[in-house]
Design a protein around this ligand. Sequence first.
Ligand SMILES: Cc1ncc(COP(=O)(O)O)c(C=O)c1O
Length: 357
Amino acid sequence: MLAKTPLFHRFLPELDPRLAWVALAELPTPVQRVRCVGDAQLWIKRDDKTSSEYGGNKTRKLEFSLGEALQQKRTHVVTLGALGTHHGLATSIFAKKLGLACSIILFDQPPSPHVLQNLLLMHGNGAELIYCRTLLKAVIHYFALQRLRRSSSYFLFGGGSNASGTLGYVNAAFELKQQIDEGQLPAPDQIFCAFGSGGTLAGLALGVQLAGLRSRVVGVRIAPAQWGPIPLATPRHVLSLANKAYQLLVRSGARLPDVPLEPPTVIDDFLGAGYGHPSAAGREAADILRESDGIELDETYTAKTFAAVLAAARERSQPDRVLLYWHTLNSVDLESRARQIDPLSLPRPFDRFFRHP
Ligand SMILES: Cc1ncc(COP(=O)(O)O)c(C=O)c1O
């Protein structure tokens, strides 16, 4: 069921009820014990079920960022991502639901069937798709051209991790705290999540502290830290996001404890050949979770993250630890929806992916 207000208002009563937010997610998401590992106790937070329209981590972030767009009376959202961007797809779905127009600036990635399905669905949701071959061109287009031409639009960078979006995962940490208090799971020693644009990790790291949990939040890197000389996915960037989210809550009236914000722990060992490239450890992890609990993982984000969780669970030195894997991939089946969209109705040059010689 959709909530009337974000859960964290209950824990932060001074927080301004007008804090930008719109209800999109069906919360709380369930927690579940996993059967596949021996010594450590392993749990999953099923954020694949954040919405029956499109699950995964984007829905929680968009409650706050699209809420901000609406509060600012914007009628159009501009974002960017790779051809099969989960964030772009989620934004197109929920922007449409809220009556906002949506433009997505796209750059190349290997066109797997999953990527092409997402592309088709973004088009089917009425998003304007703008093709820029490379990430560099897409970023220039986003910052320069689109902002000049469309100064009244809401700009949401790739991954949707701005200060508002990060609040989605601060709120999620309070949801976890409530589930622990209700006895649904023990307090985890460690919480693992995929680390891409950083909003999930930043929000959880901040939220866990604000909620008074002692769990250590660990990000598993699925994208390179640097893009040439430019820092991309770094612990410093996550810290800066957490700080911005903290300040946003303070500006909105919350009386917050003085928490020691530090760069989060990031595991670098599971990226493999790079962003979007499958890894052997990821494939093994995906097979294990599918066989034990019937949960599907994707090669880019969640399989690599779960591989890191399995490695931690197999460590013999601390057998009684409680580990929580935060599952951030959508599990709503969109195949039949995609089949209803004519691929040849895609604008050029996207139609070329669907034209067979
Ligand atoms: C399935 C999935 N998990 C995790 C992430 C990473 O989350 P964040 O961008 O908040 O770091 C993404 C980002 O696109 C994703 O699609």
